[in-house]
Write a protein that binds this ligand. Structure first.
Ligand SMILES: Cc1cc2nc3c(=O)[nH]c(=O)nc-3n(C[C@H](O)[C@H](O)[C@H](O)COP(=O)(O)O)c2cc1C
Length: 349
């Protein structure tokens, strides 16, 4: 997640490490809010008229064929504990055909010594990889050159900007000046020669906002909705300030649930490349998100424990998610992702 000025003596690294530790060990899910995916079910198809073994997860993303409709959401980099996490995720992403985002590379743009913790292209040569910075950094002195550098140092296919306004408020000395950002995003989209995607970090994106972002030139949008990781909960646990901690608690249920965000964005922008993420845990969740209109399904914290463990553990989780998606597709008689996305068998509970 976005960091303050890289402080001497490893303070930046420490914050990155704290984010990972808190997300692994503490209760950081939103409270009193869910993804909303549980409010939908598929109308089971007793006669799928398909050979299960021929179900095909391949799909199109930004004009390219990819082997699965999955993304590993932007998480980390910039600390010694982050480096092996990124490399385990990347190795399995390449083996299985998942796209992958890395966490904010701002610290590495400012301090090239940290670039190695984001280096994954050598082991993930073919899958889409996205670099990442906080959109608010465009108001804090990061310009086109820094963004180009952010793409280069990851050898990325594109840059994802994250919108994390509330998280910045809950961070001590967060960057809270989001004024005039849309125009800067527009300039960046015009000048950068790779696609710029825009995501939230767990509070979702509404239809009107998505339309503004698409008009500004966003190549894709990632809902990153509520119901999973809550960054007010994470920052609450990092904060020493009792007022901020209590205020963060008041926002534990904030945000647009993932299912609703996907639905709103898709209604506003019928053809915009769209990622559904935020609180996804299973391939059955992903199936619903795709049937609601997303092109890809993104998984964040639900992969973190495995990534902190081993490549084998990551492979197991990703294999399970893929199997669950295939089973959901079999269960409604959808042989290809295109059929799943066009299904009329998803209904409100
Ligand atoms: C440890 C951790 C670090 C994260 N760092 C970033 C980041 O640097 N940039 C970003 O765009 N999102 C970041 N995120 C947010 C995720 O990409 C995702 O949007 C959010 O966690 C919601 O998805 P989830 O419920 O599947 O975790 C981070 C998430 C985690 C768990």
């Amino acid at each position: 997640m976005e960091e303050r000025q890289p402080a001497p003596g490893g303070a930046t690294e420490q914050r990155k490490t704290e984010h990972i530790r808190i997300c692994l060990e503490e209760a950081v899910n939103g409270v009193g809010i869910t993804t909303g995916l549980e409010r939908y079910r598929f109308l089971h198809q007793a006669l799928p008229e398909l050979d299960f073994r021929e179900i095909d997860l391949a799909t199109e993303w930004l004009g390219k064929r990819i082997r699965t409709p999955f993304l590993i959401s932007s998480m980390t980099g910039g600390s010694s504990i982050a480096a092996p996490i990124n490399r385990r995720l990347a190795a399995v992403a390449e083996a299985r055909g998942w796209a992958m985002g890395v966490g904010s590379v701002r610290a590495a743009v400012e301090n090239p010594g940290l670039s190695g913790t984001f280096r994954i292209r050598d082991i993930a040569p073919t899958v889409p990889i996205y670099s990442n910075i906080g959109a608010v950094q465009l108001n804090m002195g990061m310009g086109i050159e820094e963004c180009r550098r952010a793409v280069e140092l990851v050898e990325a296919d594109g840059l994802i900007l994250h919108l994390n306004a509330l998280q910045e408020v809950f961070q001590p000395e967060g960057d809270v000046n989001f004024a005039g950002l849309l125009r800067r995003i527009e300039e960046l989209c015009r000048q950068l020669d790779v696609p710029v995607g825009i995501k939230e970090v767990g509070w979702g994106i509404a239809g009107d906002t998505a339309r503004q972002l698409a008009d500004a030139g966003a190549a894709f949008i990632d809902a990153a909705g509520a119901g999973g990781t809550s960054w007010s909960q994470v920052e609450k646990l990092r904060s020493a300030d009792p007022i901020r901690r209590r205020a963060a608690e008041a926002f534990a249920g904030w945000g647009i649930p993932t299912a609703e965000s996907v639905r709103l964005i898709r209604a506003a922008l019928p053809h915009q490349p769209l990622i559904a993420s935020g609180g996804l845990r299973t391939g059955a969740d992903a199936a619903k998100a795709l049937a609601l209109g997303a092109d890809l399904a993104g998984f964040g914290r639900s992969l973190l424990a495995a990534a902190a463990d081993s490549e084998e553990a990551v492979d197991e989780v990703l294999a399970q998610v893929e199997l669950e998606l295939r089973i959901a597709m079999f269960g409604i008689g959808a042989g290809r992702i295109r059929d799943l996305r066009a299904t009329n068998r998803l209904m409100p509970n």
